[in-house]
Design a protein around this ligand. Sequence first.
Ligand SMILES: Nc1ncnc2c1ncn2[C@@H]1O[C@H](COP(=O)(O)OP(=O)(O)OP(=O)(O)O)[C@@H](O)[C@H]1O
Ligand SMILES: [Mg+2]
Length: 334
Amino acid sequence: MAAYAILAALLATQHMAMAGAATALLAMRIGTSGLQRLVMSINQLYEQALFFNDWRRACNEAELRAMTTEGKSITGPFRAMEVRRVSYWYPGTKVPAVRDVSLSVRPGEVVALVGENGSGKSTLAKIMAGLYVAQAGSVYWNGIDIARANRHEMFQHIALLTQDFKHYPFTARSNITISDTRKSDDVNALKDAVSYADLECLFNSLAHGWDTVLDRTFRGGQELSGGQWQRIALARAHFRDADLVICDEPTSSLDPKSEIQAFEKLRALADSGKSVLLITHRLASARHAEQVVVLAKGRVVDIGAPEELLGRPGTFRDLYMMQAAEFGQADLPL
Ligand SMILES: Nc1ncnc2c1ncn2[C@@H]1O[C@H](COP(=O)(O)OP(=O)(O)OP(=O)(O)O)[C@@H](O)[C@H]1O
Ligand SMILES: [Mg+2]
């Protein structure tokens, strides 16, 4: 304002020619907008620096919480996974999401993990997959504490199909083969995975077959339904060919026929020597497991063979009867 006032005064007292005043006005305008841009850039730089700091802190935190990359080597065939008195607190929470949980998984076994929403099933699955390191207790793979094992080697033995699996904006092929990039060109493994997840029909309906991008943001891209995505995820888990397959509600979007087939295939996977940790709310499917673990508020409240749990009063039997009653089958089918 002062500069504009001085300019007006100089012009009025004829100390400055009109052309000079106009040039000065223009220069002042350009200077002001330059200054504004500078201030905005400094602002942006500050904001980005905060994000960068957050990212660096997150990386450091992740490194502190992750399994080591230089730990004990995990080799040899899978013999057993033992979860011993494991507890886990999410950062900033006082109540543990998983507390004092013990269970074991052996080759060729399906272990069903059931329980109400928020009971800690997904958290336990991530601890068993080695994504979260438990603050108390340990998980042993063939007798080796996984917190001290080499995480790259450990992860090779595990396939994890999470509840909120990723829908990558990639081709249908990449969406499946991404689970094991070392063999992404293996056509036979891809065909196996596709047939395992009954995806042949879907691929015939895709405009560019396996090379169709599964995202409509891109030209020629196609979107899939929730159930079709879930089949892609099942194929992705199968493609990985791991010793322990952890499936967190793998059939929540499948139609009844596909769901029954999916459970049968998981059973067949176990019969072929793999181990399956199955998290499900469909208790009828838990009947085909070797072992059922019932969680409530992070604790194991019931554990045993399905026949055993159905044979005595308990949470599993109550929930099972409740679901069976929905279909008008109050009698135990075993
Ligand atoms: N990322 C997180 N940060 C903080 N707390 C979390 C986080 N994820 C889950 N929790 C909390 O941990 C507890 C267990 O959650 P979890 O997702 O393991 O339950 P769940 O048994 O898988 O439930 P659902 O059947 O709904 O999938 C819940 O109380 C939840 O609020
Ligand atoms: Mg869950």
